[in-house]
Write a protein that binds this ligand. Structure first.
Ligand code: ADP
Ligand code: ADP
Length: 230
């Protein structure tokens, strides 16, 4: 089994917007997957399905073996907090709060005590090269540093799967390269990663590319990429 399995997934938004029109996708543990395609093709919607941030109109989403439709909201948030980390184009950090607290607050629902949360947060910030910025607020950090705080928050709980929506889209090339190199480290240490990107260079750097058009996978189907035996 893959860590993620989408089967015949459709998503229709109000107004008959068919954002996904029957998507089958298996993400194997250890994959480094680029999700590409034109604007409006359904990339963010598919990432939201994978991340259990929204429910499909029809079809099945399995994450870590759980059929998402069978879980209560409480079970879903437990699944997300154990299995998933998210990074977005806009960093979504709390503005009035230090880097350390931004990362530690991401562990609020992990069942860890306050002190352990702060220790893990500091370790995660060290890991992204921000050990010297623990007390800084987002407004006192560069864009690249803010995205590294967001990345530290995403991985502080050691989730097996990291989902990234245009993680370098708001960064200059130097800062973007720094974030990519951290993603490469995470992948090398076993994290499964799926990245939405418009950047052909980033897509080429990924081991597998899935291309969407008009809500369908048009390239990079599962059968083109036999999963390694688990
Ligand atoms: P992409 O990430 O490839 O740009 P999206 O998944 O964001 O594509 O969007 C796919 C389609 O669904 C687009 O037509 C978009 O306008 C529409 N869409 C996305 N989110 C919503 C929403 N919350 N409500 C209505 N339509 C949406
Ligand atoms: P953009 O659409 O400009 O690329 P982002 O990449 O910042 O914006 O966000 C992508 C999508 O993810 C948006 O629809 C946003 O509402 C959603 N989102 C951002 N942060 C979170 C979060 N922490 N939890 C759930 N959804 C989020």
């Amino acid at each position: 089994h893959g860590i993620v399995e989408l089967r015949a997934v459709t998503k229709t938004y109000p107004g008959q917007v068919h954002a996904l029109r029957g998507v089958d996708l298996t993400i194997a543990r250890g994959d480094l997957l680029a999700i590409v395609g034109p604007s409006g093709s359904g990339k963010s919607t598919m990432l939201h399905m994978i991340g259990t941030l929204d429910r499909p109109t029809s079809g099945t989403v399995r994450v870590a073996g759980y059929d998402v439709a069978t879980l209560t909201d409480r079970e879903l948030s437990a699944l997300r907090s154990r299995q998933l980390g998210f990074v977005f184009q806009h960093f979504h950090l709390a503005p009035g709060v230090s880097a350390l607290d931004n990362v530690a607050d991401g562990l609020l629902y992990s069942g860890t005590g306050r002190r352990a949360r702060r220790e893990r947060a500091a370790a995660a910030l060290e890991r992204v090269g921000l050990g010297h910025r623990l007390r800084h607020r987002p407004s006192e950090l560069s864009g690249g540093e803010q995205q590294r705080v967001a990345l530290a928050r995403a991985v502080a709980g050691d989730p097996p799967l990291l989902l990234a929506d245009e993680p370098t889209g708001n960064l200059d090339s130097g800062a973007g390269a720094g974030v990519l190199s951290l993603l490469a480290d995470l992948h090398a240490s076993g994290t499964t990663i799926a990245i939405i990107t418009h950047d052909a260079e980033i897509a080429g750097w990924c081991a597998r590319q899935v291309r969407l058009r008009d809500g369908l996978i048009v390239d990079g189907h599962d059968h083109d990429h036999p999963s390694p035996v688990e």
